[in-house]
Design a protein around this ligand. Structure first.
Ligand code: NAD
Length: 306
């Protein structure tokens, strides 16, 4: 494709980024004679969650980070899960704690997220970390928006004054993304399922970030010429293979890549865009948590955001 510079290659970004993470984790090992440690809790047998956890553990191990997996049954009580988190909170050798979401319906995600020690909350979902981000004094920043921010900063250098439109207002993507862009002096619009005239909002975007979960919803009618598009959505689409006639599935984003690629200035693909940087940022947050656990200053790869 003649669009090499147009494609924001998240895989390439993550590989470079993780090299720096590896240096930090090996330096940590040299100083403290142990690796930074990430505890990952998986509840139940959701296939997608299982794959996410496997990828996280694998990436941690490849990058000088120890991982501890806690696997609990679908039927585990909220009290038992809280007790597991308490043990990890108190364990000096555990630096980061991640509870893979979603949780079974009988467990309150809110109670679980609130129970994680904010200094080990490498997902950045605890209200203290969420509030700190919004107040311009971030501690741990949620990994997906952090990865998006990192790629945007590297692609654009200057974000100041840009119109940024985010589709989706979740606590894990839309809202923290808005906060990061606001801190970078963008004019930010957050749109959602009840937004009227969504296309008109999106058409004004210099930077368009979609985190909805509807396959290929964003087509050329949403996009301004030369916009920068980050597609956070991960959707599994069923299709019939025209040769074999078999039913198959593929991953697509919220953005109809084929329809917007010639209008956009730059765009992330799915897969290979936002996903790899999300996991790289989790590793970054874990190493940062380890240095903080040891009360050591941390030379942040991301530089000063605020
Ligand atoms: P969510 O379900 O919590 O939020 C979806 C948001 O989309 C909501 O705020 C809703 O108001 C909005 N929305 C729904 N329908 C809409 C419509 N028709 N028009 C405009 N807005 C609409 O989802 P989430 O957790 O924020 O995730 C969003 C997507 O991003 C999902 O596909 C998810 O799998 C993906 N995701 C990817 C990564 C990654 O690493 N790449 C990380 C997190 C989430």
């Amino acid at each position: 494709m003649g669009n090499i510079k147009k494609i924001i290659n998240g895989k390439e970004y993550s590989e470079k980024f993780l090299k720096q993470v590896y240096t930090l984790s090996t330096n940590f090992y040299k100083r403290f004679n142990r690796k930074p440690c990430l505890a990952v809790i998986l509840v139940g047998d959701n296939t997608a969650s299982g794959i996410y956890v496997k990828n996280k553990v694998h990436t941690a191990e490849k990058n000088g980070i120890k991982s501890v997996k806690v696997i609990l049954s679908n039927k585990v009580s909220e009290a038992s899960l809280l007790n597991e988190i308490l043990k990890l909170n108190e364990d000096q050798n555990v630096d980061g704690i991640l509870v893979q979401l979603p949780l079974p319906v009988h467990i309150s995600e809110k109670n679980i997220i609130h129970s994680i020690n904010p200094m080990k909350d490498v997902d950045g979902f605890h209200p203290i970390n969420f509030g700190k981000l919004f107040m311009g004094n971030p501690n741990f920043i949620p990994c997906t928006p952090l990865g998006c921010y990192y790629m945007l900063k590297n692609e654009l250098k200057e974000l100041s004054g840009k119109n940024a439109v985010i589709i989706g207002r979740s606590n894990i993507v839309g809202k923290p993304m808005a906060s990061l862009l606001l801190a970078s002096n963008c004019s930010v619009t957050i749109t959602h399922s009840k937004t009227k005239n969504l296309r008109e909002h999106c058409k004004k975007a210099d930077i368009l970030i979609s985190a909805v979960g509807i396959p290929e919803m964003v087509d050329e009618t949403y996009v301004k010429n030369n916009a920068i598009i980050l597609d956070v959505g991960i959707n599994r689409l069923q299709f019939v293979n025209s040769e074999t006639k078999a039913n198959e599935t593929k991953l697509v984003g919220d953005v109809n890549f084929g329809k917007v690629v010639n209008i956009a200035k730059k765009i992330t693909p799915v897969p290979g865009g936002v996903g790899p940087m999300t996991i790289a940022c989790l590793m970054h947050n874990t190493v940062k948590a380890a240095y903080k656990n040891k009360k050591q200053s941390f030379n942040d790869i991301l530089g000063e955001i605020f």
